[in-house]
Design a protein around this ligand. Structure first.
Ligand SMILES: [Mn+2]
Length: 356
């Protein structure tokens, strides 16, 4: 890792100077503040079962808005079930609230979506008004916002928030820098997955401002017994067809863990595309990872679940949900049906990209 910082060191310093020089130009942050300035209260909504990148982005944005005396509440639906994410919240003193503990949200309250967009399968529609979206996922649905900063080419939403600080030359408190650094680290697998030049720049700048000790503490002893069971199921149930791996990790595996197991499955040498899923009471939850050049995991799941469910994401990682209510298939029929469907789409998409 040290080698990476050294290589990019010079370039980053030059760019930081450019940011400083540009500080007087009205940036994205000013535009956003203009929109929410007069709000009674702003809710910063993360995707359901938020991950470190979503939490860091919300935390950073909350700080930026607090400088303008704009009252905010960071909120989400679902559970924060991964131990390292809970540790992050605890150690950095981040205040997040589950929607079930917010009784007084009103229609005229403003919502800023971070690391998410309205209409996605993993974003619940709260009663407030979605006025803004800051995200790094591709859009699968057109939604009108008063402010939008959606950049699918960026590896982490934390990077976009960090850029707001840098552009306007706003000093970053240590806890915020540490959170954003951890967000980038987690979403880009230590800068090795989908990291853009801006991710590298922000990572480098944040690294110097962060308390690395806290990151080490967040990452220590993070494997829980429940996770071990899910890994066990994945190992037991994995099926590999060519370079595509499928694994059923068992009933009600938490969303965030599903992604971690998909990362694990794709780390197998023979697997270049992984589809990991967990049956729920009302459907099946999917997590996909892709290492094949001509393929896009987001498109694969979007096509596979078209008309029967909802899915999307990036080239390298994606997710989706298939409600079983509408499907007239027993569970035993469903697994082979899904495998065929995915394999067919992967093959067709791969061939299309090669221009065959
Ligand atoms: Mn993210």
């Amino acid at each position: 890792m040290i080698a990476i910082y050294k290589v990019y060191g010079k370039i980053v310093l030059k760019r930081q100077m450019e940011y400083v020089e540009r500080k007087n130009i009205m940036g994205k942050l000013r535009e956003l503040i203009g929109i929410v300035k007069s709000s009674r209260r702003v809710f910063i909504q993360m995707h359901n079962s938020p991950d470190p990148d979503a939490i860091a982005s919300a935390f950073g944005l909350q700080y930026l808005l607090s400088l303008e005396n704009i009252p905010t509440v960071i909120c989400y639906k679902g559970e924060i079930d991964k131990y390292n994410t809970q540790r992050m919240i605890e150690l950095l003193n981040i205040e997040v609230r589950n929607i079930r503990n917010i009784a007084d949200m009103r229609e005229d309250d403003h919502i800023i979506l971070v690391d998410s967009q309205a209409g996605n399968s993993n974003v619940s529609d709260f009663i407030g008004c979605e006025v803004a979206a800051i995200d790094h996922h591709p859009s699968f649905q057109e939604v009108e916002y008063d402010f939008v900063d959606i950049r699918p080419e960026i590896g982490a939403c934390s990077t976009i928030i960090a850029q707001y600080f840098m552009e306007d030359n706003i000093p970053i408190p240590e806890a915020v820098a540490t959170a954003l650094l951890y967000g980038i680290k987690m979403d880009t697998l230590e800068l090795l997955r989908g990291a853009s030049e801006l991710d590298l720049d922000m990572f480098y700048a944040l690294h110097k401002l962060s308390e690395i000790d806290i990151i080490n503490k967040i990452q220590m002893n993070t494997l829980q017994f429940e996770e071990l069971i899910a890994y066990g199921n994945a190992i037991k149930n994995i099926r590999i067809y060519g370079n595509v791996g499928f694994a059923n990790v068992g009933i009600n595996c938490p969303d965030s863990l599903l992604g971690t197991i998909s990362d694990f499955i794709i780390s197998i040498k023979e697997v270049e595309f992984s589809i990991v899923y967990s049956p729920r009471e009302n459907g099946i939850k999917f997590s996909l990872r892709n290492e094949i050049d001509g393929l896009d995991a987001g498109r694969v799941i979007n096509t596979a679940l078209e008309g029967i469910g909802n899915g999307g994401g990036h080239k390298a990682m994606a997710g989706g949900f298939l409600p079983t209510g509408k499907l007239v298939k027993t569970y035993g029929e469903l697994e082979p049906f899904l495998e065929d469907r995915f394999l067919e789409i992967i093959e067709t998409e791969g061939l299309n990209k090669k221009g065959v």
